[in-house]
Design a protein around this ligand. Structure first.
Ligand SMILES: O=C[C@H](O)[C@H](O)[C@H](O)COP(=O)(O)O
Length: 236
């Protein structure tokens, strides 16, 4: 079974949690886009929902497919956010931001009563950190911020390459006008400690560690679709 088929299976299972009248946070990335496509089919059949997109890319797709959109200014509290992830670790701690949308994704997830993460089984890991951790930074003082990230990680026993994400000839620029530093630590045994340390650096706008935000993970594999609960990170 190819990755796209698995992403569609996870997205379809998430749709079962969507109810008429819901205010939805809508994630970013290839898996979230499968969810948008399926959601659009249901909307065309009469389902009434309104979505808050987590990126301009997702907003464009929603508009193309006639999924009604709003903003967190109009709807500051959402019922459910459905989004993908780059890694899903124990306790449903996530690494996100491979598509550069982590800041809006985190704001939207935090404004939602529930967050469901959807993924194919390759995203499930025993320990986070194989996927480089995206850190969104202010362009001002980039060099100093990179050094501060390196030192903060070092104090936690972490080392690795930091790369400013590029898009063509220049740095990749997020929807919020920031840069992304991808930090390849290889392993993140203490996500909370790293998250706290990163948040103390003034140039860091946000990081891709999502802790205590996901309630449920729907993970599709060749053996079927599993639902993992945040409390147990186990089959429910
Ligand atoms: O910034 C992007 C997001 O965090 C995505 O949800 C994440 O990168 C997973 O994307 P995909 O479903 O394409 O693997």
């Amino acid at each position: 079974m190819d990755a796209t088929t698995l992403k569609i299976k996870a997205a379809r299972a998430a749709l079962d949690h969507v109810e008429n009248g819901m205010k939805l946070g809508i994630g970013t990335g290839s898996t979230a886009e499968e969810f948008v496509r399926l959601l659009a089919e249901r909307v065309a059949e009469g389902l009434s929902v309104v979505g808050v997109p987590t990126s301009e890319r997702t907003a464009r797709l929603c508009r193309e497919l006639s999924v009604p959109l709003s903003t967190l200014d109009e709807l500051p509290e959402l019922d459910l956010t459905v989004d993908g992830a780059d890694e899903i670790g124990p306790g449903l701690v996530l690494v996100k931001g491979g598509g550069g949308a982590l800041l809006r994704e985190k704001i939207v997830a935090a404004a939602s009563r529930r967050m469901i993460v959807i993924a194919d089984e390759t995203k499930l890991v025993g320990e986070l950190g194989r996927f480089p951790l995206p850190v969104e930074v202010n362009p001002f003082g980039l060099g100093a911020t990179r050094l501060a990230i390196e030192r903060a990680a070092g104090r936690l026993g972490l080392s690795g390459t930091l790369k400013t994400r590029m898009a063509g000839d220049g740095p990749f620029v997020t929807d919020g006008g920031h840069f992304i530093v991808d930090a390849s630590f290889g392993r993140i045994p203490e996500p909370r400690a790293l998250a706290d340390a990163l948040k103390e650096i003034p140039g860091v706008v946000e990081h891709g560690l999502f802790i205590g935000l996901a309630d449920l993970a729907i993970v599709a594999g060749t053996d079927g679709v599993r639902t993992l609960d945040a409390a147990t990170h186990d089959r429910t």
